[in-house]
Design a protein around this ligand. Structure first.
Ligand SMILES: [Zn+2]
Ligand SMILES: [Zn+2]
Length: 561
C-alpha cells in the first residue's frame, strides 16, 4: 500500500477571478497529479481554499465602498465555481475567513509564542491622523524617488518596478483620505526565523530530488542569512492577535494563509464525520505532504512555512514542493492590473475545459517560463487532440458501426503488429505513470499523444478498409485491438482530460466508470467480444480561425495602451 499523500495547491487570493497563470502554475499540475494518484488507489486527499485576508482585499473594498466580507464572498464563490467547471476536484475547498481557521491560526501563534519563537519589537510606522489608524505599506502613495512617478505605492513603484519602503516616498499621502501621514511608534510581533536557519538547511540538504528552481532559490536566502519577520499588522481585517496587549493587531496574511492547509483538512475531516482524521495526514510522519505552487510562493512554502511547522512541532514537513515558473500571454508578462490576462470564465464561455487542460499540461512552465498563445492553443487542439487522438477514435468506432453492426468484433489470431500495439499500451502506462510521479506533466502529455500516434499508425498500416474485402477475420482483429487501446486511453487520459475520458468510456459503452479501475490495469482492460458500442460523438471539435482571431482581438482591446 502506498503512503498517505496530502496534496495542496496554493490558496488563491480572493481578490479577483482566476486566470490562466493561476491554472498553469499550480492548479492544473496539482489536479493532474492527484487524479493520477487516485487511479493508483493511493490514500490521497487534495486540499485547498480561498486566501481571504490581507491589504489588497481591504483596498479593493475601500475602493468599491463595500465591506471586505463582500469582496471575499464574491471571489470565493466565483473561484470555487471556476474550479468545478474545469474539473479541478478538491477533497475540500475551504476559506480562511472561517471561525475554525481563526482558532487554529491563533493556536499556532500562541504555541510559537510560548516556545519562544516570537518576539515583540517597537517599530516606526506611518499613521494617518485623519483616518486614525496605522497605514500598511500599500495604503501609502507618493512620488517614486527613482522614476518620480507620482502614484508609487509604499511597497513598490509600478512605474519602474523598484521595491520601496514607505519612508522613501516623496510627499507621502494616505491612500484613503489623501492626508499626509505622520511617523509614530507601534509594536509588532516577529517570528524568529533566524533561529531556525540551521535546522532548515539541514532538512533541505536531504531534498536532492527537489526541483532546481526551489533549491537554488532557498540556497540564495540561506546565504544572505534569514532574518526575523513581522507576523502582525495594524489593520482591522484579519485574525486578531490573541494576546491581551494586541488590540487592533491582526496576524499577517502570509502567516495565516498556509495554516489554511491545516484548517481546510480539519474541515474535511469534520465533513467526513471523523473530526480527528486530519491528524492521520498532518501528524503521521509517513504522510507525503506535497505543496503545488507558483515560483512567487517559494519563499513562503520552502522556508517560512516549514520553519513554522518545525517551531510548532508535531506536524509533518513538506516532502515535495513542485514550484512552477510563470505563464506569459502572447509573449508578454501576464498582468492583471493591465488586464493582460486570459480569464478562466471568459475561456469557458467559448471552449470546453479539456483542450485548455491539455494545452496547459503540454506547455507547463516546469523549468522555465512558458508562453500561452491563442494560435498555439488552436494548433494543439486541432493538430493533436482532433487530428490524432479524436480521429483514431472516431474512424475506428464508425468503422465498427458500419461494418460490424456497432458490435466490437471478436478477434482471431493476433499478428505481431497487434501484439506490438498491446505492448505499447503496457509500456505507455508505465512511462506516463512515472512522468506523473516525477511531476513531469509535459513529458506525460507527449507520451500520451505518442500512444495515440502509435494507434493511428497501426490502424493505417493494418488498412481495415481493405482487409474487410479480403480477410474479414483479420479486419475484425484490427478493430478489436484498436478498441482495447481506446479503453486503455480512457484511463490514461483521465488525469489530463477527465471530461473526454468519461465521454470515451461512455462511447465504448463500458459498465460503471473508468475510475473504478486502477491505473496499472489499463493494459488489461478488456472490451468483451460482440460488445455493443454506445452513442458515438465527436470527442474534440476543431477550432476555426475566426474564433481564435476574436480571442486575440479581445485580449488586445481590453488592455489599456
Ligand atoms: Zn518608480
Ligand atoms: Zn487617511
Amino acid at each position: 500500500m502506498a503512503k498517505k499523500t496530502l496534496v495542496t495547491a496554493a490558496l488563491p487570493y480572493a481578490n479577483g477571478p482566476l486566470h490562466l497563470g493561476h491554472l498553469a502554475g499550480a492548479y492544473i499540475p496539482a489536479d493532474v497529479y492527484v487524479r493520477y494518484q487516485r487511479l493508483k488507489k493511493t490514500d490521497v486527499i487534495f486540499i485547498c481554499g480561498s486566501d481571504e485576508h490581507g491589504v489588497p482585499i481591504t483596498i479593493r473594498a475601500d475602493r468599491e465602498h463595500v465591506s471586505p466580507r463582500e469582496i471575499v464572498d464574491r471571489y470565493h464563490f466565483m473561484m470555487k465555481e471556476s474550479f468545478r467547471r474545469l474539473g479541478i476536484v478538491f477533497d475540500n475547498y475551504s476559506r480562511t475567513s472561517l471561525p475554525m481557521h481563526y482558532k487554529i491560526s491563533q493556536g499556532i501563534f500562541l504555541r510559537l509564542n510560548e516556545k519562544g519563537y516570537v518576539r515583540e519589537q517597537q517599530v516606526k510606522q506611518y499613521y494617518c491622523p485623519t483616518c486614525r489608524r496605522f497605514l500598511p505599506d500599500r495604503y501609502i502613495e507618493g512620488e517614486c524617488p527613482n522614476c518620480h512617478r507620482t502614484d508609487a505605492r509604499g511597497d513598490q513603484c509600478e512605474g519602474c518596478g523598484r521595491w520601496l519602503e514607505p519612508e522613501q516616498l516623496i510627499g507621502p499621502k494616505c491612500k484613503v483620505c489623501g492626508s499626509p501621514p505622520e511617523m509614530r511608534m507601534t509594536k509588532h510581533w516577529y517570528f524568529r526565523l533566524s533561529q531556525l536557519q540551521k535546522r532548515l538547511e539541514q532538512w533541505q540538504a536531504s531534498k536532492s530530488e527537489w526541483k532546481g528552481n526551489v533549491r537554488e532559490f532557498c540556497a540564495g536566502w540561506f546565504q544572505e542569512g534569514l532574518t526575523d519577520r513581522p507576523i502582525t499588522r495594524d489593520i482591522d481585517w484579519g485574525i486578531p492577535v490573541p494576546l491581551p496587549d494586541a488590540a487592533g493587531k491582526v496576524l499577517y496574511v502570509w502567516f495565516d494563509a498556509p495554516i489554511g492547509y491545516i484548517s481546510s483538512t480539519v474541515e474535511w475531516a469534520e465533513k467526513q464525520g471523523s473530526p480527528e482524521r486530519w491528524r492521520d495526514y498532518w501528524c503521521d510522519p509517513e504522510t507525503r505532504l506535497i505543496h503545488f505552487i507558483g515560483k512567487d510562493n517559494i519563499v513562503f512554502h520552502a522556508i517560512v512555512w516549514p520553519a513554522v511547522l518545525m517551531a510548532h512541532e508535531g506536524f509533518v514537513l513538506p516532502d515535495q514542493i513542485p514550484a512552477n515558473e510563470f505563464l506569459n500571454i502572447e509573449g508578454k508578462k501576464l498582468s492583471t492590473s493591465r488586464n493582460w490576462a486570459v480569464w478562466v470564465d471568459d475561456y469557458l464561455q467559448i471552449f470546453p475545459p479539456d483542450p485548455l487542460r491539455y494545452y496547459l499540461a503540454a506547455n507547463a512552465p516546469e523549468s522555465k517560463d512558458s508562453d500561452f498563445t491563442w494560435k498555439d492553443f488552436q494548433t494543439h487542439n486541432n493538430a493533436e487532440l482532433a487530428d490524432i487522438l479524436g480521429n483514431l477514435i472516431n474512424r475506428s468506432l464508425s468503422f465498427i458501426e458500419k461494418q460490424f453492426g456497432g458490435k466490437v468484433p471478436a478477434p482471431s489470431e493476433l499478428s505481431s503488429a497487434d501484439r506490438e500495439l498491446l505492448a505499447a499500451v503496457a509500456d505507455a502506462t508505465d512511462r506516463i505513470g512515472r512522468s506523473f510521479e516525477e511531476f513531469q506533466v509535459r513529458r506525460a502529455t507527449v507520451e500520451l499523444m505518442d500512444l495515440a500516434r502509435t494507434g493511428n499508425k497501426y490502424f493505417n498500416d493494418a488498412a481495415p478498409w481493405s482487409t474487410i474485402k479480403t480477410d474479414r477475420a483479420r479486419c475484425a482483429t484490427t478493430l478489436n485491438t484498436t478498441v482495447q487501446l481506446e479503453a486503455a486511453l480512457a484511463l490514461l487520459m483521465d488525469p489530463i482530460m477527465p471530461f473526454s475520458a468519461e465521454k470515451l468510456w461512455k462511447m465504448l459503452n463500458m459498465p460503471g466508470s473508468h475510475r473504478d479501475h486502477a491505473w496499472d490495469d489499463a493494459p488489461r482492460l478488456r472490451v468483451p467480444d460482440e460488445h455493443p458500442l454506445g452513442l458515438r460523438e465527436i470527442l474534440f471539435h476543431k477550432i476555426e480561425d475566426d474564433i481564435i482571431d476574436q480571442q486575440i482581438q479581445k485580449l488586445h482591446s481590453s488592455t489599456p495602451a
